[in-house]
Design a protein around this ligand. Structure first.
Ligand code: GDP
Length: 179
C-alpha cells in the first residue's frame, strides 16, 4: 500500500497452533475468533477494518494465511510481497515455536520488498501461566537481539490485542514518515 492513510497490510506469521487465527478473529471483531462468513467467500481469513490510532483514521487489512502455504512456496512469497508489517507470533507455552523465530524473521526480511519492514514479535497465550515455557524476559531479549518490537498477548483474555494492532499501525506510520 502506498498512501499515508492506508490501507496498511499486516501479515500474521509463525508456527501452526500459536494463536494467529485467534488474534486475527479478535481484530475482525468476533469474540470467539471464528472466521467471519461474509460477502467474500474464501477470504474469511482476511479482515479489513477502519480504526483510529492516535486520532488518525487508518484502514488496516490483516492476513491470516501464512499456514496455508509452505516455506518458500508461492503463498508465503506473496505474503512477504504484500505485508507492510509482520506480526511474528510464537506461543509462550511452546518453546519450539519460539526457537523457530530467528529463521522465520530472516525469511521475512529477505523476502520483503521493504528494506526494513516493521516486525513485532508476539508472545501469545500469556494467560497460560502454568504451562509457560518462554519467559517475558527471554521474549524481550530475543526481540532486542533481532531488532524488532515485542509484546505479550492473550487472545483468550483479549489482553494487549488492541495494543498489538495499534502498534502495527504506529510502526508502519513511523517507516512512512521517515525522510
Ligand atoms: P494458529 O494455528 O496459529 O492460527 O492458532 P489458532 O488461533 O488456531 O490457535 C490454536 C489453539 O490455541 C486454539 O485451540 C486456540 O483456541 C488456542 N489459543 C489461541 N490463542 C490463545 C490464548 O491466548 N490463550 C489460550 N489459552 N489459548 C489460545
Amino acid at each position: 500500500g502506498g498512501s499515508p492513510g492506508g490501507p496498511y497490510r499486516v501479515v500474521l506469521a509463525g508456527e501452526s497452533g500459536v494463536g494467529k487465527t485467534a488474534l486475527a478473529g479478535i481484530f475482525g471483531g468476533l469474540p470467539d475468533g471464528a472466521p467471519r462468513e461474509d460477502e467474500h467467500p474464501g477470504e474469511s481469513d482476511t479482515y479489513k477494518r477502519r480504526l483510529s490510532v492516535d486520532e488518525e483514521r487508518t484502514t488496516l487489512i490483516v492476513y491470516d494465511i501464512w499456514d496455508q502455504g509452505e516455506a518458500g512456496g508461492w503463498l508465503q512469497e506473496s505474503c512477504l510481497q504484500m505485508g507492510d508489517a509482520f506480526l511474528l507470533v510464537f506461543s509462550v507455552t511452546d518453546r519450539r515455536s519460539f526457537s523457530r523465530i530467528p529463521q522465520t524473521l530472516l525469511h521475512l526480511r529477505e523476502g520483503s520488498p521493504h528494506p526494513d519492514p516493521p516486525v513485532i514479535l508476539v508472545g501469545n497465550k500469556s494467560d497460560l501461566a502454568r504451562s509457560r515455557e518462554v519467559s517475558l524476559e527471554e521474549g524481550r531479549s530475543l526481540a532486542v537481539m533481532l531488532s524488532c518490537k515485542h509484546i505479550e498477548t492473550s487472545a483468550a483474555l483479549h489482553h494487549n490485542t488492541r495494543e498489538l494492532f495499534e502498534g502495527a499501525v504506529r510502526q508502519i506510520r513511523l517507516r512512512r514518515r521517515r525522510p
